[in-house]
Design a protein around this ligand. Structure first.
Ligand code: ADP
Ligand code: ASP
Ligand code: MG
Length: 294
């Protein structure tokens, strides 16, 4: 069994999603697919929250764009017989977002804890909508809801992962699933005490995928992104950077700790503990060999 994680740019355009479908459907054996929100959507969800909190209704036009982008994507990647159902899911979640934003817009004296809970509920919508599209797009895929098994607990104002509980729930809920292709959301989680939505922090989809791979002792974890592999430096700022074919967990961790955002820093620990190899591969250039971290 393999865990394949696709980041925001990898699910952010029709061309990229077609590659995702091809990569997943040609992978042998059982595959668990972890997806991020469509590229840029998490930032838009946060931007709209800030507008609503400052009592500006300017978020409405952005929300209309977010809705249209998802519906346009569905019309191009989802098989015709599933489009109606998939549109209905997206429309339902866009309506949910509209209610959250109008709650923030109209209520001037919400307690800080309520505002935090609404922010977390809002930001979960990106992954929920992208995963609906990817589930409908991939032949034979079955959806699983990540907040049912990725659990956090609040202490001293921050949400932290409940590692043991999460591991148990992943084993229970995904370990015995007979389906060959499972699709779930990265990043999003649920508070183990209150049942409210939380998350693993920006860039946290990589971590979700690693937690699943570790709990199920996967054959490998594949991080599918928009560069040919883990490189000597960020190619956006260092055009001469080159791909590193093989790295140890320690070498990769040191670069992540120094800010290489290609892998979210907490990701490597759970997989390294179980000696699960991590591949970094390019969704836009799947035949490139990529990087293996082992
Ligand atoms: P995703 O949305 O797939 O999670 P990210 O934007 O989080 O993608 O990570 C991929 C980006 O990480 C690349 O586009 C690249 O600009 C940046 N990056 C920073 N450091 C490195 C590095 N050492 N090697 C490769 N990419 C890097
Ligand atoms: N969508 C979330 C973010 O933009 C999580 C992720 O992409 O890993 O931070
Ligand atoms: Mg990332």
């Amino acid at each position: 069994m393999k865990v394949l994680k696709f980041g925001g740019t990898s699910v952010g355009s029709v061309a990229a999603l077609r590659n995702v479908k091809q990569i997943v459907e040609s992978a042998g054996g059982q595959v668990i697919v972890v997806v991020s929100a469509l590229g840029g959507v998490t930032n838009q969800l946060i931007e709209m929250t800030n507008m609503a909190l400052s009592h500006s209704s300017d978020y409405e036009s952005i929300l209309a764009q977010v809705k249209q982008r998802h519906l346009d994507t569905i019309s191009q990647v989802v098989p015709p017989h599933l489009q109606h159902q998939c549109n209905a899911v997206v429309e339902q979640f866009i309506e949910g977002l509209a209610s959250f934003y109008s709650m923030l817009l109209l209520n001037h004296d919400l307690p800080a804890d309520d505002i935090d809970a609404i922010k977390d509920a809002i930001v979960a919508h990106g992954e929920i909508m992208s995963s609906a599209i990817v589930t409908c797009m991939i032949d034979g895929a079955e959806p699983h809801f990540a907040p049912n098994f990725i659990k956090t607990r609040k202490s001293q104002g921050t949400h932290s992962l409940q590692a043991e509980l999460t591991q148990q729930l992943i084993k229970q809920q995904l370990g015995s699933a007979g389906t060959q292709r499972i699709v779930t959301q990265g990043f999003i989680a649920e508070d183990a005490d209150t049942g409210k939505k939380t998350n693993l922090g920006r860039g946290g989809s990589d971590f979700t995928a690693a937690l699943i791979a570790a709990a199920l002792d996967a054959e490998c974890l594949e991080i599918w992104t928009d560069v040919d592999g883990f490189m000597t430096a960020d190619p956006r700022t260092h055009p001469d950077a080159t791909v590193i074919p093989t790295m140890t967990y320690e070498q990769a961790q040191a670069m992540c700790d120094a800010g290489a955002k290609v892998i979210y820093a907490p990701t490597l620990h759970p997989v390294a503990k179980r000696h699960i190899p991590v591949w970094v591969k390019n969704t836009f250039n799947p035949s490139a060999p990529g990087t293996v971290i082992k």
